[in-house]
Design a protein around this ligand. Structure first.
Ligand SMILES: Cc1ncc(C[n+]2csc(CCOP(=O)(O)OP(=O)(O)O)c2C)c(N)n1
Ligand SMILES: CC(=O)[C@@H](O)[C@H](O)COP(=O)(O)O
Ligand SMILES: [Mg+2]
Length: 630
């Protein structure tokens, strides 16, 4: 079915492939990608776009020795297919199978496990520098970075350092005019101008030929000419920004012409110093619907095998927390003209398109620049606005210091809405949002909250917007829990008891309340459990903790976050301060290790957080209680 790919146990044979064979390999890769989408959701359009680039790279370099870093890593599928992983490819993004990102445990061709954008130039430069220091200067270093990732602050930190160190380094800018959403920002405009460059449109050959006849060395007059030549070249050919930073800029070139790219790659491979090769590709190339709608096809739902195009997810019926937060934000913006929203390039994933359309002046997509988003929000807040920073839990890690300095230290009432807080499923350890409880509750002044059911989202957001200090709300990638009960109003540091009982207490922080309630109900014949919706990880409801530890035979804390530094740890800290006996307290949460990729439900079960496993923990607590009495 894939005669070329199926024979590749490494990328080595690619260097002997003719252009026709490389093009056939490209067709085979696209066929595999389309087949994969018949079985599951996966990163699609970005991978379709880099097929020729990947083949050209692997047929020019030997990345078992040379160094290749794919920025972010979501476009690494073609790379996996030509580096000995064709046979296992159908397992990608399933538990125990290949990761959807680079993974050094899978292959010597993968150097870093990544999933967050922006670090490729830094790590490639670090490899270059390390190889020099280790006495291996012949190893080449290549970073491939997308136009969406390019504006990340760290990329400019790396370019700044690369231009200064002047080491051999190849940076390939994969410009497809897209982030997940259409790219934004001033750099986008700059790249657009480079694209309209006659070099790319084919009119430049004459100018280049003429410039190439200007001598580079010689007397001062010649040197002046040479400098002018560089200036003219950069000015005429574009890329002045990169040239000024000390990188040679080459391009833009057609990223779907594998033969052409091989020529350019062979050239930059031997060029001294840092070089940026600007490659123009089409996101979704080779599958028309994806090229026409690359936003939808960034990570589309599984294809309908019969009708071909992707179909919408069936879903579980209840809208996801993401939609509940979006709707609550829309209403808050309707009510209060001071409310603004920041996204860092995740408008689609956070379902914020309606906010973008309805409030274009109060919605800010800053690009993949999470630290800037937070400091920017702090500035707006100081000016009197009420900004909401809406970022995935895992990506907000990039803003740790801005949360500390620009927000918490100033005690500014910025609201953080942390989407994907919990196990995100097939993306795996790079994307699980499991550290935010710890990193948010660490700083003074912040109120750290989590809605436990869909109906709690709006009052919690309203509370946050009226609170005169920083606050955060976390919620996972799942349907909102449709919990029918009479909720108590949200008060700072107050929990809510949602089920009475005297045989044990379950204290839940966030959306695992549904599992805890199910566990309590399933045990109703054996024990009568109290269930508390903690609402706040900071400040904690101290009286609730006193009651739970004094009046209840056992107590379980439950959170979809890592145990170190998490909600349960916070409860233990308070209990310790209050001099309470904590021997009957057990913390349920994620272990101190990187949880792999898989289905969220399976991962929750394996980590003891499904309703069944919570019930089993309750039985164990009762058993050990009885044992300690005997
Ligand atoms: C720090 C960080 N923020 C956000 C994301 C989410 N994200 C993944 S891919 C992507 C778009 C990247 O665009 P680009 O680099 O141009 O790659 P393309 O998909 O266009 O090939 C975004 C925003 C991320 N992975 N890391
Ligand atoms: C590569 C990347 O970081 C994103 O594409 C991420 O996979 C999106 O996750 P969701 O599918 O949960 O929005
Ligand atoms: Mg792009």
């Amino acid at each position: 079915m894939h005669p070329l790919l199926s024979k590749l146990s490494s990328a080595e044979p690619l260097k002997d492939f003719s252009t026709a064979e490389l093009n056939q390999a490209a067709d085979e890769i696209r066929d595999v990608l389309c087949n994969l989408l018949e079985t599951r959701t996966a990163h699609f359009a970005s991978n379709l776009g880099v097929v020729e680039l990947c083949l050209a790279l692997h047929s020019t370099f030997d990345f078992r020795k040379d160094r290749l870093i794919w920025d972010t890593g979501h476009q690494v599928y073609p790379h996996k297919l030509v580096t000995g992983r064709y046979a296992e490819f159908s397992s990608i993004r399933t538990q125990g199978g290949l990761m959807g990102y680079p993974n050094p445990q899978e292959s010597e061709y993968d150097l870093f496990m990544t999933g967050h954008a922006g670090c490729s130039v830094s790590t490639a430069l670090g490899l270059r520098s390390g190889d020099d220091l280790m006495g291996e200067p012949e190893r080449k270093s290549v970073a491939v970075i997308g136009d969406g990732a390019l504006p990340s602050g760290i990329v400019f930190e790396a370019l700044n350092n690369a231009g200064f160190l002047a080491k051999d380094l190849v940076v390939i800018l994969n410009d497809n005019k897209m982030s997940i959403c259409p790219r934004v920002g001033a750099l986008a405009g700059y790249l657009d101008r480079l694209r309209s460059n006659p070099f790319y449109t084919g009119l430049k050959t004459e100018v280049v030929r003429a410039l190439n006849h200007v001598p580079v060395f010689g007397d001062p007059a010649e040197r002046l000419l040479a400098q002018m030549k560089e200036g003219v070249k950069a000015g005429v050919l574009g890329g002045m920004l990169f040239e000024e930073l000390g990188l040679r800029y080459i391009g833009p070139i057609d990223g779907h012409d594998v033969g052409l790219m091989k020529k350019y790659l062979a050239m930059v491979k031997t060029m001294p110093g840092p070089v940026l090769l600007h490659v123009v590709t089409e996101k979704g190339h080779g599958y028309k619907p994806a090229a026409e709608d690359p936003v939808y096809f960034h990570t589309p739902p599984a294809f309908d095998a019969n009708s071909g195009p992707a179909v919408a997810n069936a879903g579980s019926g209840q809208p996801p927390y993401t939609s509940a937060v979006r709707d609550a934000i829309l209403r808050a913006m309707d009510d209060n003209p001071k409310v603004t929203v920041m996204t860092a390039a995740m408008c689609q994933g956070t379902k914020m398109e309606p906010v973008r359309e309805r409030f274009p002046d109060r919605f800010f997509d800053v690009g993949i620049c999470e630290s800037h988003a937070v400091a920017f929000a702090a500035g707006q807040c100081k000016a009197g606005m009420r900004p909401i920073v809406n970022i995935y839990s895992t990506f907000l890690q990039r803003s740790y210091d801005q949360i500390f300095q620009e927000v918490a230290l100033q005690d500014l009432p910025v609201v953080f809405t942390l989407d994907r807080a919990g196990l995100t499923g097939p993306d795996g350890p790079t994307h699980h949002g499991v550290y935010d409880i710890g990193y948010m509750r660490l700083f003074p002044n912040i109120a750290v909250m989590a809605p436990a059911y869909a109906g709690e989202v709006e009052p919690m957001l309203q509370f946050a917007l009226q609170h005169d200090h920083p606050s955060s709300l976390r919620y996972p990638k799942t349907s909102g829990f449709d919990f029918q009960h009479l909720p108590s109003p949200i008060e700072l540091g107050r929990s809510e008891t949602v089920r009475e009982g005297t045989d044990g207490t379950l204290i839940v922080f966030g959306a695992l309340l549904d599992a805890a309630m199910e566990a309590a109900q399933s045990l109703a014949g054996e024990m009568n459990l109290k269930v508390v919706n903690a609402r706040f990880a900071k400040p904690l409801d101290r009286q609730m903790i006193v009651d739970a530890l004094s009046d209840s035979p056992f107590c379980l804390t439950i959170e979809e976050g890592t145990l170190p530094g998490g909600f349960g740890s916070a409860v233990l800290e308070v209990a310790n301060e209050l001099g309470l006996d904590t021997r009957s307290l057990k913390r349920l949460g994620l272990p101190d290790l990187f949880v792999e990729h898989g289905k969220r439900e399976d991962l929750l079960d394996q980590t003891g957080l499904s309703a069944e496993k919570i019930a089993a923990s309750c039985r164990e607590m009762v058993a050990s209680e009885l044992e300690s009495r005997n």
